[in-house]
Design a protein. Structure first.
Length: 95
């Protein structure tokens, strides 16, 4: 399968699990840093950050690596934007 001409690979369950745990750990570190710096953010902002960080960690396992060129960066940005759009839509519909 390809995304914007990038051949995707099928990661193993253990790779996806490790990437998801890493994304969650980065999220905890990011939230802690924002709290320490007294940055004002809402729970919706924290959820969006979690979504993007987990995607970023898992996208590498799929073969989308932003250091490999513009196409990879574009694919990552497009999927991140789609995920955030879906998240915001679901958040508005749920409230």
């Amino acid at each position: 399968m390809k995304l914007l001409g990038i051949p995707l690979r099928r990661p193993s369950f253990n790779e996806v699990t490790a990437a998801t745990v890493m994304g969650a750990g980065l999220w905890v570190a990011g939230i802690g840093l924002m709290k320490a710096l007294r940055v004002d953010f809402s729970p919706a902002d924290a959820g969006a950050l979690l979504l993007v960080l987990v995607w970023a960690c898992n996208s590498v396992r799929l073969g989308i690596r932003i250091e490999q060129g513009r196409r990879h960066l574009l694919a990552n940005l497009v999927v991140s934007a789609l995920l955030l759009g879906l998240y915001e839509t679901a958040r508005v519909v749920a409230s």
